[in-house]
Design a protein around this ligand. Structure first.
Ligand SMILES: Nc1nc2c(ncn2[C@@H]2O[C@H](COP(=O)(O)OP(=O)(O)OP(=O)(O)O)[C@@H](O)[C@H]2O)c(=O)[nH]1
Ligand SMILES: [Mg+2]
Length: 465
């Protein structure tokens, strides 16, 4: 879908999730937001929305004035431009939460001339009218989708412009640097020493370092935004489903003493110290003639491919088998934790050396007795956030590939510039490369941007935002 850039008409949408709830909000934005809402507003005290001061709430009814039919009892909030979400006139009608009053109110406003808002169109107007930058607009999506308190904090920081502020610092320094270099090129004969190569180099390196730090936060950023996908794999009967249930602290998957119990993928969310983790239980891997089980194993292999982290389970009540070696062998290029389960019934014939694998993350556990579970959670958290100290980053984290690509593009240009500094007469090229970097960075905050980028970002929103 392509989004229009028309911001002059008046849009309307149901801005709360549809379902049964105490209240639901129909929101309008645009120059006719107040006149249109007034056409459906009936005040028992004879008030008009036109007379309401900005940011005040008035009680009344939503009515179809043509048929005199009352649709709902509601509160109307009038917010005049420019201090509103979209910087336009906004009216929010707080109806009862059921689907009938909300859709009837929406229908009525559409018939009176409002246009149904496209996904994300309210936020898009906030961006196009200059109230927020693109990073902040994306943060709105993240905030709506945040799965844990920490994800919410990261998104909220971005919404408040902390990431944008950090970037602006780099941008300002680069602009100043560029100006000095250009001055020294344009006025070579003046006696003023605008800038020396030493300073150019140290400024460039400073910017590269700052940007690299930001770029590195991408993987953790994605984890906080989307959740880390952690798959539990191993041969049948090693205790995968038991581990899933234990982590979730509920009886989610069937556990039996029979190998081959789990046939399908089972997933659920878990919160580890604020990190949202999608934990995935899989069918045990073995050679099987059973058609259903084989389909299950196929899905397991796909889950392994998609996972960010794998917990490979071993059963230490038995010796290591060929199938264990085969499974772990397939995981050598993966972010991997090997968990030796059932240490409560450890067999003497079990020897981890038989596995012949070089893995730094080997844990011992008994899911049945609850041993080793906290260590496992710590390990998952550590491996997914690795060197990044979330608090020290002050919450500015790159959350999506678009942001990372722009930063990486800027880094590339600046690195190239570093190479050229000590090879005169190439400072003209150095200046051009800095401008390239600046362009890439402005794409990020949206001060320079293309329609394609805008469309793809705002399409991710739900209607009404
Ligand atoms: N003694 C002991 N038994 C365990 C432990 N963990 C799991 N079990 C038992 O091992 C059996 C198999 O457990 P499941 O969780 O169903 O194993 P699974 O890996 O999901 O098996 P499949 O779904 O068949 O692949 C059950 O009888 C569990 O009670 C443990 O730490 N110690
Ligand atoms: Mg199972």
């Amino acid at each position: 879908m392509t989004l229009s850039f028309n911001i002059d008409d008046t849009i309307v949408a149901i801005s709360t999730a549809i379902g049964e709830s105490a209240i639901g909000i129909v929101r309008l934005s645009g120059k006719d937001a107040i006149p249109l809402s007034d056409k459906v507003f009936l005040s028992p005290k004879g008030k008009s929305l036109f007379d309401m001061p900005s940011h005040t709430v008035v009680y009344g009814f939503v009515v179809n004035k043509e048929t005199q039919q009352r649709i709902d009892e509601a509160l109307f909030t009038v917010m005049r431009a420019p201090n509103t979400y979209t910087k336009q006139d906004v009216v929010e009608i707080n109806c009862h939460g059921g689907i009938i009053p909300l859709t009837n109110t929406l229908d009525l406003l559409l018939k009176l001339g409002a246009r149904l808002a496209e996904p994300g169109e309210f936020t898009k107007r906030a961006f196009l009218n200059g109230r927020i930058d693109l990073l902040q607009a994306e943060a709105v999506i993240d905030l709506i989708r945040a799965k844990t308190a920490l994800s919410e904090k990261v998104a909220l920081n971005q919404l408040q412009g902390i990431l944008s502020g950090e970037l602006r610092g780099v941008i300002e320094r680069l602009k100043l640097l560029c100006a000095k270099i250009e001055a020294s090129i344009n006025f070579p004969d003046e006696d003023i020493d605008f800038i020396g190569n030493e300073e150019i180099l140290s400024e460039l390196k400073f910017s590269v370092d700052s940007l690299q730090k930001l770029s590195n936060t991408y993987y953790s950023g994605r984890y906080f935004r989307e959740g880390v996908k952690v798959a539990i794999v191993g041969k049948p009967n090693v205790g995968k489903s038991s581990l899933l249930n234990c982590l979730l602290q509920k009886d989610r998957a069937i556990v039996t003493e029979y190998p081959g119990t789990t046939r399908d993928i089972i997933e659920d969310y878990l919160n580890i110290k604020g990190l949202p983790v999608k934990i995935i239980d899989t069918a045990g891997i073995r050679d099987s003639e059973d058609l259903i089980e084989r389909e299950g194993i196929k899905r397991t292999l796909k889950a392994i491919e998609d996972a960010d982290l794998i917990i490979a389970l071993l059963d230490c009540s038995k010796p290591i088998e060929e199938i264990d070696k085969k499974i772990i062998g397939k995981l050598s290029d993966k972010n991997l934790i090997i968990m030796i389960n059932k240490i409560d019934i450890l067999s003497e014939s079990f020897n981890i050396e038989d596995l012949r694998v070089d893995c730094q993350n080997i844990l011992e556990a008994s899911v049945l007795k609850g041993i080793g579970i906290e260590e496992l959670k710590d390990k998952i958290y550590l491996l997914c956030t690795n060197s990044i100290d979330i608090d020290a980053m002050n919450g500015y984290i790159i959350c999506n590939l678009r942001q990372k690509n722009s930063i990486d593009k800027a880094i590339l240009s600046l690195r190239e510039a570093v190479e050229l500094v000590n090879r005169p007469p190439s400072n003209e090229i150095v200046a051009t490369l800095i401008w390239d970097a600046l362009n890439a960075l402005s794409e990020l905050t949206g001060s320079v941007t293309t329609n394609d980028i805008l469309d793809s970002i705002f399409n991710e929103f739900c209607i009404g935002k």
